[in-house]
Design a protein around this ligand. Sequence first.
Ligand SMILES: O=C(O)COP(=O)(O)O
Ligand SMILES: [Mg+2]
Length: 260
Amino acid sequence: MCWWPDRRCSRAARSPTPALTARTSAPSALRPRPRVADPLPRLDTVAVIFDLDGTLIDSAADIHATANRVMGEMGHAALSRAEVQAYVGKGVPNLVARLLEHHGQDPAGPLLAPTIARFEAEYLTAHSQTRPYPGVLPALERLAGDGAALGLCTNKPLAPARAVMDHLGLTRHFAAILGGDSLPLRKPDPEHLHATARALDRRKVIFVGDSEVDADTAAAARVPFLLFTEGYRKSPVDRIAHTAAFADWSHLPRLVTDLL
Ligand SMILES: O=C(O)COP(=O)(O)O
Ligand SMILES: [Mg+2]
């Protein structure tokens, strides 16, 4: 299936080729286009899939606090928020491995599994400081109201992802939620995004995320990528592959319709 709604994809999806169509159906091909203004596009054929941390929600303060609490229990000094944030994006096992490594422990040693378990237990209620970015709720309501199916494809484990979404009143907008432990693989493996898209069953798919991992996932899945620039990316915006970028959530519905 072709997920890319640009000219390349619609050409590939359209068969026969435009030249062949013109030859075999000249009268209709020559008919002038209607002059009436196009109606505003409905989004009934579209799935918009979102990343969570750094995209829908600003969760860095709670991730930072959780990391320092769990590491503190093991006798380690606190890290800065920027240090912890730099480890976010590839899921909890990677975050915990990087924290252990930072503190001079073997990131693949016997401490890894129990520390992941401890982190995930804390993570379930780690949302007291977390908020949706300004404009997220109206943008989701607008997209869903216009007919789009909304999905979540996050590397955060499913249980804490659902818990924070419930806490912030976001869950009801989403027809599919896949966490970092929902499959035996996670982003940047494109199958994480493809599986979310299959659950939504729409012809066109757009991915919205904040990080290099999200950009790599979208590119590997051949899905258009809208980059939210105010999240937890590590590189400059122009070094991250994207179809369009936005800093203000009120711009997102227009960016989605521009891709149709
Ligand atoms: O848990 C992470 O590492 C980040 O989660 P995200 O995929 O929602 O950014
Ligand atoms: Mg993210």
